[in-house]
Design a protein around this ligand. Structure first.
Ligand SMILES: NC(=O)c1ccc[n+]([C@@H]2O[C@H](COP(=O)([O-])OP(=O)(O)OC[C@H]3O[C@@H](n4cnc5c(N)ncnc54)[C@H](O)[C@@H]3O)[C@@H](O)[C@H]2O)c1
Length: 248
């Protein structure tokens, strides 16, 4: 069991990649907080993973990552229930289909608020807890849209910001024994993709040398690797999972 009894905080865990990441870590022995703004979805994922003998291997937590007090409360609950924190996966993310010149301030602020500020808040609160153990791992989820530019401005800007945030804190937190990396998926088969127009989707898949979209567990397996001892000397890096669509 690669992650036996390690405590993992996964955001955006109610569906898609986050759900797959929760399932992967649970299968590998971890204790997991499945965190989502949608409490019912988070709880459903926790329930579907099945409880261990002690009944508390996976908890579903409601949390809006863009709200600092909500993040603090969720982290405090994890510490209360599991006593420590080892791994944070900042997977929660949103998009919004806006042409650049028509982008409302509100949509810009919402996308940056969840994707970038939310990642910052969970990194900061997570690192504070990890510093108590003298070790930890943070995985921030960006997107290949940063490299290709194929995405709305707020989305690409927020996901580029995640890469800069990761690099800065990877340097700063290294002395606390905390590794921080960015996972950079390409187009992946999740509910988020349901809103993408069909012709845009077809174009995207045609641009992937491996000829298909990524499946959520393919991202989850890489998250598990980054969090494992096998990746013990990897920090501050972009780790791409995109079927060859762009090269970092
Ligand atoms: N699907 C793709 O093709 C793709 C590609 C590259 C990167 N990504 C990134 O991967 C991550 C996961 O994507 P997905 O496709 O699984 O998305 P999804 O839309 O299927 O799921 C996102 C989850 O995040 C939750 N969420 C939204 N706002 C939140 C908030 N404020 N606080 C807490 N939870 C919140 C949602 O309720 C949902 O359960 C996102 O960061 C996304 O930007 C996705």
């Amino acid at each position: 069991m690669k992650h036996e009894n390690r405590v993992v905080f996964v955001t955006g865990a109610g569906q898609g990649m986050g759900k797959a990441i929760v399932e992967r870590f649970v299968a590998e022995g971890a204790l997991v907080a499945a965190v989502d703004i949608n409490q019912q979805a988070a709880q459903a994922v926790a329930d579907s993973c099945g409880a261990g003998l002690d009944g508390t291997r996976v908890i579903g937590l409601a949390c809006d990552v863009s709200d600092s007090s909500s993040v603090r409360d969720a982290m405090a609950e994890v510490e209360r229930q599991f006593g420590r924190l080892d791994i944070v996966v900042n997977n929660a993310g949103i998009g919004s289909v806006d042409a650049f010149v028509d982008t409302p301030d509100e949509n810009w602020n919402r996308v940056i608020g969840v994707n970038l500020t939310g990642t910052f808040l969970c990194c900061r609160e997570g690192a504070r807890l990890m510093q108590k153990n003298g070790s930890g791992i943070i995985i921030n989820v960006s997107s290949s849209a940063v490299m290709s530019g194929e995405g709305p401005s707020h989305y690409c800007a927020s996901k580029a910001g995640v890469i800069g945030l990761t690099r800065s804190i990877a340097r700063e937190l290294a002395s606390s024994g905390i590794r921080v990396n960015t996972l950079v998926p390409g187009p992946t088969n999740t509910p988020m993709m349901a809103d993408i127009p069909e012709d845009w989707m077809e174009q995207m898949v045609n641009a992937i040398p491996l000829g298909r979209m990524c499946e959520p567990d393919e991202v989850a397996r890489v998250a598990s690797f980054i969090a494992s001892e096998e990746a013990s000397f990897i920090t501050g890096q972009n780790i791409a999972v995109n079927g060859g669509m762009v090269f970092l």
